[in-house]
Write a protein that binds this ligand. Structure first.
Ligand SMILES: CC(C)(COP(=O)(O)OP(=O)(O)OC[C@H]1O[C@@H](n2cnc3c(N)ncnc32)[C@H](O)[C@@H]1OP(=O)(O)O)[C@@H](O)C(=O)NCCC(=O)NCCS
Length: 153
């Protein structure tokens, strides 16, 4: 096998056994992280839960719900030490491919207005703002709106 292939991260289905590593990343990168229960529920509900691994190292993951021709990207995360190296873009491309292959015509996601990095990533991919959910997220000292972004597939 060539070095190029050996060094390329791979998309691998998420299992319960991944959750300790997933939660370590989750807790490090979000002020209000998903809990073990949130991931466990997603796995049991057979949402599309995928990890992005380089050998044994967990670099990132996403959770996608596809139903009735619509896809909802519920979680997209890259380990802090691996950010700004293109992994988030690769994961997002894979999530979009998966959503298309499952028959979705539109993808939706929510993002905090304060999350400038994620907003920049989504805008690069052509996402447009569809709505605002007032006070959707918990935030330090109150609540924060969610921007609902959408992309036709
Ligand atoms: C958002 C996130 C998934 C992006 O992952 P990533 O691997 O850093 O993304 P990429 O390296 O593919 O970035 C692609 C482009 O997005 C934009 N971008 C990503 N992070 C950015 C940041 N912190 N500030 C500004 N622009 C950013 C840039 O345009 C970047 O291209 P560039 O590095 O050539 O300038 C990652 O920062 C993350 O996990 N953040 C914490 C969790 C989170 O907020 N998830 C999204 C919830 S909606």
């Amino acid at each position: 096998m060539s070095a190029v292939f050996k060094d390329a991260p791979r998309l691998v289905p998420m299992h319960d056994g991944d959750l300790a590593e997933v939660l370590a990343i989750e807790n490090a990168i979000y002020t209000h992280p998903w809990t073990r229960g949130n991931f466990g529920d997603s796995l049991r509900a057979a949402y599309e839960c995928w990890t992005w691994r380089l050998g044994d190292e967990l670099i990132g993951y996403f959770v996608l719900l596809v139903a009735a021709g619509e896809a909802h990207l519920l979680n997209l995360s890259v380990a802090a030490s691996r950010q700004r190296a293109g992994h988030g873009s690769e994961l997002l491309k894979d999530a979009l491919r998966l959503a298309r292959s499952r028959g979705a015509q539109q993808l939706f996601l929510e993002v905090r207005p304060s999350n400038l990095g994620a907003k920049a990533l989504y805008s690069r991919f052509g996402f447009r703002q569809a709505a605002v959910r007032p006070g959707y997220y918990p935030a330090h000292g109150g609540r924060e709106d969610a921007l609902v972004l959408t992309l036709p597939l």
